[in-house]
Design a binder for this molecule. Sequence first.
Ligand SMILES: [Zn+2]
Length: 333
Amino acid sequence: MRITNLNPDSDIGASAWFVEIDGHRLLMDAGVHPKREGRASLALYSLVQNEELDTIAISHCHHDHVGSLPVALRHFPRAHVMMSELSYFLVERVLHNSVNVMTRQRDEAGIKEYPLFTHDEVDDIEPQFQGFKYNRVIDWAAFRKTRAGLASPTLEFFDAGHALGSAGVMVRGQKETLFYTGDVCFHDQTILKAARFQDVRADVLLMETTRGNRALPPGFSRETEIERLTQAIERALERDAGAYPGNPGVVVVVDGGGAPAASTDLYWRTRARLHRDLRSGISSDASAASESAAARGAQPDRAGARAGREDATDGWPNLCDHRRHDEREYRGP
Ligand SMILES: [Zn+2]
């Protein structure tokens, strides 16, 4: 097994791991660096540009893990892209949103390299995406290799409990196994269960961490933090009551990651008192994505991503459509 780290940083960055096993090649994640701009934010695909890649596996749909996927596919145009079923529902909207954000940064901050890919490019690569249920063993080698009699390594997604659709990726070769955690959460959240990694056994463990090298402050817990934030919002609402009729004077900003779980907590805890003021919503960037797509005349139900909906439950018909679509699931060559 040969593993090449394509992250341009040694800290949180653009996750991308190139793995060669039994003569087959897999890329795990295709991120962008959240603190860099332009082409400097990309994973270092130039390190492996002469390698032929069979498959890309995505751990989850945060930008530092998936944000350069269209660029990766320019380097490896024949690769299938495998991910969990829920990530399959999300990935297009995340990438379209990314185009909108980059376009805005080009206009507002003068970053001429942006956008690094286009809406059309995202639409073009969509047929290469394949969604799989957790804990299903999948062959991933290129078809022509298995046809020639070479055994395919397998891949299995394990629920990582970090964000909707997040997965740890198990790679099993003939002799060796590798487990890549992606981002992981080991406790239950309001709308997400903790990671289910109990049965994982592997020769090599690849683990990324943002907060793994420092202990939590004494008394710190998810419960205490949510309570502290809820009280801060209540204080602000009381202070500003009447100052701006119809406007509570508080803006709760969430991103598309772990934050929906936190905002759901807040919603339920404060609902009785603040029902009219706090709503579960979508980020300003996601709204911008919707507006821009609408402005481009996009079909509102395309990828379930482009309707400017306030309440996520309205998206269920789209998810159901995609679930049916997903039944074309790739089952190996
Ligand atoms: Zn993440």
